[in-house]
Design a protein around this ligand. Structure first.
Ligand code: GTP
Ligand code: MG
Length: 300
């Protein structure tokens, strides 16, 4: 296909933890690809969403939140994932909350500026601002911080103003032929998405430090002849105490997590899912490069 008039390029979604990057990716795509929880540092991996329309192919890259504290190898790997996502892009959507500019936002902007490409600022969670006039002073303040290519107030949660955001970024993309087949929506496998859905349900069910000490690994992902999918998942925990918490009294918590995950996977995969889970202890895995690599991380 000739590239004339057709735009294609990669736009990284970058921002501090919890700004709403993954919610925005899913909303722009019109389907859930990246997991979302109210807890900071939910996203650990980069994930692409490929939005294809006749005039453009917008390759969106979700990244882990930037500026999280902590020197553990897992955190370093997340930071590296975000940096690699920023390096590989043609432009950025910087996601901030519609409250106030923080030191963490400033750090993200510095990192994006160094990339040297245009930045569109998505001011997210505007559904929380009432009355709407209260946004104006914030938008003025934001406009003075950087010559953003555009500043677009949005609500990823409610799907507000997303077409304007798409228009603003598509303009910035190079003229090029599509990089992905039109029917491809992500670079990630069903196996990866399944592990992430299970991790999301775990993170939602767990509190304090526990969500940060768990990881999910799919050991078996098999389609049966009658069209079901059988999934064996290992839930890694860092400490013996975490195993007990994940399993819960009489196994109740793990059972509920498994049910929630299975229901969502039925929809996601469009097939009946049979899910088996095992909770296993690997002391200090968040600092163990070998297990991190096994889990698809790339510790620096
Ligand atoms: N009210 C409101 N909440 C939102 C909006 N967008 C996201 N959220 C909520 O903000 C929380 C964090 O959303 P995520 O999409 O996981 O944020 P993230 O930036 O991907 O976070 P990390 O992956 O941890 O860096 C979730 O509870 C979302 O439901 C929005 O437009 N309005
Ligand atoms: Mg996220």
């Amino acid at each position: 296909m000739p590239a004339a008039g057709h735009h294609c390029g990669t736009v990284v979604l970058a921002g501090r933890p919890n700004a709403g990057k993954s919610t925005l990716l899913n909303a722009l795509m019109g389907q859930k690809l990246s997991i979302v929880t109210p807890k900071a540092q939910t996203t650990r991996y980069r994930i692409l969403g490929v939005l294809t329309r006749p005039e453009f192919q917008l390759i969106l890259q979700d990244t882990p939140g930037l500026g999280a504290a902590g020197g553990r190898r897992l955190n370093q790997s997340m930071k590296q994932e975000a940096a690699a996502g920023i390096a590989a892009a043609d432009a950025a959507i910087m996601v901030v909350g519609a409250t106030r500019w923080s030191a963490a936002d400033e750090a993200v902007l510095l990192q994006l500026r160094a990339a040297g490409y245009p930045i569109v600022l998505a001011v997210n969670k505007i559904d929380r601002v009432q009355p709407k006039e209260r946004l104006l002073p914030l938008l003025q303040d934001l406009a003075e911080r950087h010559p953003f290519a555009a500043i677009v107030p949005v609500s990823a949660l409610r799907g507000e103003n997303l077409e304007r955001l798409i228009e603003a970024v598509v303009q910035l993309l190079p003229q090029a032929a599509p990089a992905f087949p039109a029917e491809q929506v992500t670079d990630r496998s069903e196996r990866f998405l399944a592990a992430e859905v299970i991790r999301e349900k775990l993170m939602l069910a767990l509190h304090d430090e526990v969500p940060y000490g768990i990881a999910v690994e799919i050991e078996r992902f098999e389609e049966t002849l009658d069209g079901r999918v059988e999934i064996d998942a290992v839930i890694w925990v860092e400490r013996e105490g975490q195993r007990k918490i994940v399993i819960g009294t009489a196994g109740e918590r793990l059972k509920a997590v498994g049910r929630d995950a299975r229901l969502e996977l039925n929809d996601l995969l469009g097939r009946r899912v049979h899910l088996s889970t095992w909770v296993k202890l690997r002391e200090g895995w968040t600092g163990d490069d070998r297990l991190l690599r096994q889990l698809g991380h790339e510790p620096p």
